[in-house]
Write a protein that binds this ligand. Structure first.
Ligand code: P6P
Length: 336
């Protein structure tokens, strides 16, 4: 019988064998994984758990919160605040940062998350997920912690991942040594390694974008999508397929699994808004995962992970996935 490698064993080996992750970071990731298990349990209950529907409140983004958005946020806060590995947390669902209460020991890590991405899909039973990013407090930033400590480029992340709540609950993680996937074994109650060294094919025939926004896109995105739609008789010389799940976690998971390109670009509806998705806890973690799997992630003009954030909840245009396709779309932007 092949030995099942649990997330815990994988992380211990990453710590012991590769020296990649200090004990405090290993603890952090195990706690986040346990929190994702709890969130998965709540999601799976659906109507039976009374967790569907709106919470009748709005988040900092001005979006109506679902009950599960708030539940997932609370699960992550409560799981992580007492362990001594964190200095503070930031969430899509909270205006400001959440500092670890003084009654608990302070750590050196900063945890950012979108507790339940794709929540418009909750009530219609479509895959959703938790996205997380880990930074370290800058050296010499002293004992306190402020929002400024979080404003680091994505290339400073020390860990990133997501947990997708779909037909399987699967945790996808990088600590800078490639991407590994762990599926929740509900009988054992543990995440089990199902794939490591995940690779995104450099080419693809599948693109993901919300086509209803076509008339609002900038010309480079319009050109790229038109060429895909032209198929084998067009300049690309091949037919393309399209997917849009409206759940970034699900679209990115498909891309990590079989390739593809995901785009949520700037559009002219709100010219001063760079895009819909958030840099710190959506684009940065997903961008690093995709890069660690051999793909690429840009905002149309520059590598997402090189963007220096100025605000905690700032938004960004996102083009990520199969390297050759991302480079093509980015090239169309820089040609104009
Ligand atoms: P639209 C979910 O709300 C989300 O933030 C991402 O998960 C997803 O890719 C996108 O928004 C969907 O946006 O405009 O197609 O509903």
């Amino acid at each position: 019988m092949s030995t099942k490698i649990s997330l815990s064993r994988y992380l211990v080996e990453q710590q012991r064998v590769d020296g990649l992750i200090p004990a405090q970071l290993r603890l952090l990731l195990e706690v986040v994984a346990r929190a994702c298990k709890s969130i998965s349990h709540a999601v799976n209950k659906g109507a039976l758990g009374g967790v569907l529907g709106s919470a009748e409140t709005e988040n900092v983004q001005g979006e109506v919160q679902k009950k599960l958005d708030i539940i997932a946020n609370e699960v992550l806060i409560e799981a992580n605040e007492w362990g001594g590995h964190l200095a503070a947390m930031a969430s899509e669902e909270m205006d400001g940062i959440y500092m670890v209460p003084n009654r608990y020991p302070q750590g050196e890590y900063l945890l950012l998350f979108d507790p339940l991405d794709g929540s418009s899909n909750i009530d219609v039973n479509v895959s959703i997920g938790t996205i997380f990013s880990v930074l370290k407090k800058s050296e010499g930033s002293g004992h306190g912690v402020s929002e400024q400590d979080f404003l680091q480029a994505g290339n400073r992340q020390v860990a990133a991942g997501y947990c997708i709540y779909g037909p399987q609950t699967t945790l996808v993680l990088t600590v800078g040594d490639g991407v590994a996937m762990f599926t929740l074994d509900r009988e054992q109650g543990s995440f089990v390694l199902v794939q490591e060294h995940v690779r995104v094919p450099a080419d693809t025939k599948e693109f993901a974008i919300n086509m209803s926004n076509m008339r609002h896109w900038a010309p480079p995105v319009r050109r790229y999508v038109d060429e895909c739609l032209a198929g084998k008789d067009g300049p690309r010389g091949k037919d393309f397929n399209m997917r849009w799940i409206a759940s970034m976690v699900a679209d990115v998971h498909r891309i990590l699994t079989r390739g593809g390109i995901f785009m949520y670009p700037w559009d002219q509806r709100e010219p001063n808004k760079p895009g819909k998705l958030r840099l710190m806890y959506e684009a940065n973690p997903m961008g690093w995962l995709v890069e660690q799997a051999g793909g690429a992630a840009t905002n149309g003009k520059q590598r997402i992970l090189d963007i220096q954030p100025t605000q905690l909840h700032e938004r960004v245009s996102v083009i990520l996935g199969s390297k050759n396709e991302v480079e093509r779309v980015t090239g169309y932007h820089t040609q104009t």
